[in-house]
Design a protein around this ligand. Structure first.
Ligand code: NAP
Length: 297
């Protein structure tokens, strides 16, 4: 029996673990992949109050060390089911908790084009900081108009020969600061109002076909395509126990409780306006403190 089981070892889940353990609760974190969640892919975090600059990997590792040094248990197991008795079933075991915090984040959105999955690791990537080095001095493209795409394009411009930044609209969602930096990069070409309609290649990605608003098509030869078009949650396994909106995010009226007593939500997986590191850690602390308070009742 654990006091708190946390599903997901991203910033929200690890912060919940930190607060839970500091309150002397037994805490188990279950993580399907690696600790850190999406933040490990950020080459540089510059908007976290009190830290001028840190890589996502360093941030996640520091937080991981902080919680494991406090005695938080982390098991790398995929959760397949939870129930209202606070039983958590993974592919390996079943665990019992007094409270559960769902902090499973979100995954990279795919374009869902033919060959996309076949070409993962062979030209298609969702993480510039992880895979960028494979494309040194090659031509690459980044798809997307948010901060991730802008940051990826900047990062890749320092490695690749040429970077095409392709966005479906004529204005970017990402911050002005990154756009200004991109404008200084001579090897970056911005292509607006365009979408990718085809991935071409035999064994690996060789080119993409893009289409503009007038439906004119153009082929661009590239070795790497970095898809940075946002995230999607994966909450189907929780559908009987929490409310989920039409986009798959967990609905919580106050941002922490779900419809089931003792089951809380934190981070990118819930309906919210701003998905940032600051809001993820805020969610994690509130979820843990709420769980602890309600456990005592
Ligand atoms: P995002 O802000 O949701 O942006 C996704 C982008 O992909 C949007 O420009 C969207 O276009 C485009 N898009 C979505 N579906 C598409 C499709 N099927 N085909 C083509 N384009 C598509 O995602 P994100 O950039 O990953 O950022 C997620 C959150 O993390 C944001 O809150 C962001 O600010 C934050 N973040 C912050 C930092 C930082 O502060 N350093 C770094 C990275 C991320 P539209 O604009 O037309 O919708």
């Amino acid at each position: 029996m654990y006091d708190i089981i946390i599903i997901g070892a991203g910033p929200a889940g690890m912060t919940a673990a930190l607060y839970g353990r500091r309150a002397n609760k037994s805490v188990l974190v279950l993580e399907a992949k690696n600790y850190g969640g999406q933040i490990v892919n950020a080459s540089s975090i510059e908007n976290y109050p009190g830290i001028e600059k840190i890589s996502g990997y360093d941030y996640a590792t520091t937080l991981f060390n902080q919680i494991t040094n406090l005695g938080v248990e982390i098991k790398y197991e995929t959760v397949i089911k939870i129930n209202s008795n606070k039983e958590v079933t993974t592919t390996k075991n079943t665990y019992q908790a007094k409270s559960i915090i769902i902090a499973n984040g979100a995954q990279n959105r795919h374009l869902n084009l033919p060959l996309e999955t076949d070409f993962i690791g062979k030209g298609v990537s969702y993480c510039a900081t992880c895979d960028g080095a494979f494309y040194k001095d090659k031509d690459v493209a980044v798809l997307g108009g948010g901060n991730t795409a802008l940051e990826d394009a900047i990062y890749l411009s320092n490695l690749a020969n040429k970077v095409y930044l392709i966005h479906r609209r004529d204005t970017f969602r990402g911050e002005e600061k990154y756009l200004k930096e991109l404008e200084t990069k001579e090897n970056v070409e911005i292509i607006l109002n365009s979408t990718i309609t085809k991935l071409n290649g035999h064994e690996k990605l060789e080119s993409i076909t893009i289409q503009d608003k007038e439906k004119r098509e153009k082929e661009i030869n590239i070795s790497g395509l970095f898809i940075a078009i946002g995230q999607v949650p994966n909450n189907t396994i929780f559908k009987d126990i929490v409310d989920i909106n039409d986009k798959g995010y967990i609905v919580s009226e106050d941002g922490v409780h779900t419809k089931t007593e003792g089951i809380y939500v934190a981070g990118d997986t819930r309906v919210k306006d701003l998905r940032q590191l600051t809001t993820a850690v805020s969610d994690g602390s509130i979820a843990a403190m709420t769980a602890i308070k309600e456990m005592k009742k």
